[in-house]
Design a protein around this ligand. Structure first.
Ligand code: CMP
Length: 139
């Protein structure tokens, strides 16, 4: 099934100059770039993106971190792209992420875990719409 998925390279990835490295992995995998931009999230965009975590104890620190510097928002497209990206990212907690995964190779702690990827078709549609208009996605 051809899918679009939303990837965010978080402020730690941008600050550590890992964007090229990470995008390169997705390109080598065979996923296609469909949209891409560098932006700093406003608190409102962060709240929209992370609305499911609103009640969590880590929510304030999550919003503070994700708005702390520029992020790269990317739409990737390919067969089963959602699962492919999540497998390549590794588990949310880098402590559990094996070497060879993005978090396993580049991250050490949950609060600075380098990357976000949509977890379902519904989430992907919702998250892509936060960052991109229809005409920003190339055909
Ligand atoms: P992400 O996939 O962007 O979705 C929610 C983020 O919250 C998650 O990655 C982590 O970076 C962050 N986070 C911080 N603390 C926790 C926690 N205890 N459980 C889950 N996610 C956490």
């Amino acid at each position: 099934v051809m899918e679009n998925t939303l990837v965010l390279l978080k402020p730690d990835a941008v600050q550590r100059k890992l964007c090229g490295e990470i995008i390169s992995r997705f390109e080598r995998k065979g996923l296609s770039l469909v949209a891409l931009k560098l932006l700093t999230l406003t608190p409102a965009i962060a709240a929209s993106h992370y609305e499911e975590h609103l009640d969590k104890p880590f929510y304030p620190s999550l919003v503070s971190f994700i708005t702390s510097g520029p992020v790269v928002a990317i739409v990737l497209r390919g067969p089963n792209a959602i699962k492919a990206v999540r497998t390549m990212m590794g588990p949310t907690n880098p402590e559990n992420a094996p070497p060879g995964t993005i978090r396993g190779d580049y991250a050490t702690v949950m609060s600075n875990n380098i990357i976000h990827g949509s977890d379902s078709v519904i989430s992907a549609q919702r998250e892509i719409a936060i960052y991109f208009t229809e005409h920003e996605l190339v055909q």
